[in-house]
Design a protein around this ligand. Structure first.
Ligand SMILES: Cc1cc2nc3c(=O)[nH]c(=O)nc-3n(C[C@H](O)[C@H](O)[C@H](O)COP(=O)(O)OP(=O)(O)OC[C@H]3O[C@@H](n4cnc5c(N)ncnc54)[C@H](O)[C@@H]3O)c2cc1C
Length: 605
């Protein structure tokens, strides 16, 4: 039967054959688990998502939100599944069971998220966003703050948000003006207006805990003077009971291109002078603390792009198997030839394989990052920890921006596969495209991620982190060469990796020279080529695993899957990667046109 949301066989392949997730069972923390338990949890997530969440996806989009008397109401059909997400404890799977988590490895939680988030992104987010707020409380909060907030946030009983953006402070968070004044009882009086706040208000939780960035009176300007506060919608008394409303008001919600069922709120804090917040961590440490949540959210946003692409691909390939249209091109002159499913047409196969390559490459990439998290947490040696931390820092902007961008591209391609039906609302792919576009914008736009990669990440530890990533790719190419069929692909990957090294050196040096504007005009293309080469690495790695299985006599039912892996790697490396070489040439060429053109020269005046 046709699958939805995520290809089960592919997920199993990545988890157990490529990333060897079972190896985490050797870590003490996971001693109580086994493969069977992992599979059961994932299977339960799949059943739950398909039965309870997915049916609400299109309805949520159609009905949207209502805003009346200062309150946001979500579609009625969200209430029961939201409760079920909480009852099923699908919110903080990797966290300590003492605080309401499940203590699972990161990659198993990713597999679960493919279904829970994929089933209905907007709906699942209301329960799952508390995790990021909770993580900051766990890492930086006082014991009293943990006792008051942590379990309720991790379990999704209370909602969580992040309040950074203000009208004049978007990408430039340091321009914020929300203020905090210390009270005699140690709390702070908060005053300011925030905009674009995801899940800022809704009627699914009895309380919402807002982490708010604000400046304490007298603190320095810019990001250095920002502190972070926990601002409950309803004040929480010291004994954990709920007190009075905390002068936090939603003043409006946005009408958006997509994610119609997710509230995007304008928030007024302290308009009556009665909004109180609790300082989290030390004064002026707000950005440092918020980055914990932002890094998690950036990976989550990249995941959103991938997750939408995964669903869009499955819809498209299943549609292409069923939609009958046109004759086989080899029989074009034969008027009697039967019409065929569109999956027979070479151009449709090209689109599908392009989508498959990106979806599977992104799945491997994201689970690879997940496995780095597990190693970081459980391998005791400090140098190994530093290695994985470095890799995560380097890869975070790429997961965020590349998967957001390609995720959207895949959704758009899915519309093309459907033809006219893809453009209308009776079919699910146009909603996926609309919902997924935001991933390139929030949590720091793709442009801001590219600047982070070029300005901060590329040169980390004098470039050693980046070099170690290239080494991993070269090692994968060397391993692929053990299989005769893969040698030509491995040679192309080796060339791409060494060209990537040259390109990085070139743009990195330019970024530290008077040519820095030109370098930054090429920052996003550079992030994209890094993503492309990572895709080629992941797909060749998949092909090596598959070729080995085939050589060792794979089961008949697996043969098509493994052969499909090799064809997918070949497609990407022979048809997409050459374009990436062209993009690398253009970065090396370092045209100054985007920098030199005058503002009037852009026209339109
Ligand atoms: C649906 C939605 C949900 C959101 N949820 C939240 C939330 O929960 N909490 C929250 O705090 N915010 C949230 N945001 C805000 C979001 O993070 C910002 O919109 C985003 O960071 C960009 O800021 P901006 O819209 O002000 O754009 P701007 O900062 O004005 O950017 C406009 C363009 O200029 C580019 N740009 C800006 N500065 C630079 C620079 N220095 N160098 C190069 N290019 C630059 C950007 O890349 C972009 O292309 C949300 C936004 C939306 C639309």
């Amino acid at each position: 039967m046709a699958q939805v949301l995520a290809d089960r066989r592919d997920m199993e392949f990545v988890l157990y054959e490529q990333m060897k997730t079972e190896e985490v069972l050797a870590f003490e923390k996971f001693a109580g688990f086994n493969r069977k338990m992992f599979d059961m949890i994932i299977a339960e997530a799949r059943t739950f998502a398909v039965k309870e969440l997915l049916p609400t996806y299109a309805e949520g989009d159609r009905i949207g939100l209502t805003f009346e008397n200062g309150e946001v109401k979500v579609p009625e059909c969200f209430h029961r599944p939201h409760e079920l997400i909480i009852e099923g404890e699908w919110t903080s799977l990797t966290e300590n069971p003492d605080w309401g988590g499940q203590g699972l490895p990161v990659n198993i939680s990713m597999a679960v998220a493919e279904y829970i988030v994929g089933g209905n992104y907007c709906l699942s987010n209301y329960a799952r966003m508390g995790h990021g707020t909770g993580k900051m409380v766990e890492l930086f909060g006082t014991q009293a703050q943990k006792d008051l907030f942590l379990k309720k946030l991790y379990t999704g009983v209370w909602g969580g948000t992040m309040l950074l953006t203000e009208p004049q402070a978007g990408s430039d968070v340091g321009a914020l003006t929300t203020s905090a004044v210390k009270n005699p009882d140690g709390t702070y009086t908060i005053k300011g207006d925030k905009i674009f706040i995801t899940n800022g208000d809704h009627d699914l939780s009895e309380n919402i805990i807002h982490p708010v960035l604000a400046r304490i009176e007298g603190s320095p300007a810019g990001t250095k003077g920002i502190s972070i506060f926990l601002v409950p919608k309803i004040w929480v008394n010291e004994d954990g009971s709920l007190g009075e409303p905390n002068d936090v008001a939603c003043t409006g919600i946005e009408e958006k291109m997509g994610i119609h069922a997710m509230s995007t709120c304008s928030m007024s804090l302290g308009s009556k002078g009665k909004c109180r917040g609790l300082l989290l961590g030390a004064p002026n440490e707000g950005m440092h603390i918020m980055f914990v949540m932002m890094n998690e959210a950036r990976l989550g946003v990249g995941f959103q792009g991938f997750n939408s692409a995964s669903a869009a691909y499955l819809y498209a390939v299943n549609y292409a198997r069923e939609r009958i249209q046109g004759r086989d091109i080899e029989k074009f002159a034969d008027k009697e030839a039967p019409s065929v499913p569109i999956i027979h047409h070479p151009d449709v196969r090209r689109m599908l394989l392009w989508m498959k390559a990106h979806v599977e490459g992104m799945r491997s990439f994201i689970y690879y990052v997940g496995s780095c998290f597990d190693k970081l947490e459980h391998i005791p040696e400090e140098d190994v920890k530093a290695h994985y931390q470095g890799l995560l820092d380097l890869l975070t902007p790429i997961v965020k921006a590349y998967c957001a961008q390609r995720g959207f591209d895949v959704c758009i391609q899915a519309i093309q596969v459907y033809g006219g039906y893809g453009y209308i609302k009776d079919y699910p792919v146009e909603q996926l495209a609309r919902d997924c576009k935001i991933a390139s914008i929030y949590e720091g736009t793709d442009g801001i991620q590219a600047m982070d990669l070029l300005a901060r990440k590329l040169g980390m530890q004098k470039g050693r982190v980046f070099m170690s990533l290239l080494e991993k790719m070269q090692q994968a190419a060397a391993r692929a060469k053990a299989f005769e069929s893969l040698v030509p692909l491995a040679v192309r990957l080796e060339k791409a990796v060494s060209r990537l090294g040259e390109t990085a050196m070139h743009i990195g040096q330019n970024a530290m020279s008077p040519e820095l504007k030109t370098a930054f005009a090429h920052a996003f293309p550079f992030l994209e080529v890094m993503g492309d080469v990572i895709m080629a690495w992941m797909l060749l790695w998949r092909a090596s695993v598959s070729q080995e299985k085939l050589d060792n006599g794979a089961k008949k039912k697996d043969m098509h899957f493994y052969e499909g892996q090799i064809k997918t790697a070949e497609f990407f490396i022979r048809t997409v990667l050459p374009v990436t070489f062209g993009k690398m040439d253009s970065i090396m060429d370092a045209s100054k046109s985007a920098v030199e053109i005058s503002e009037t020269g852009f026209g339109g005046l």
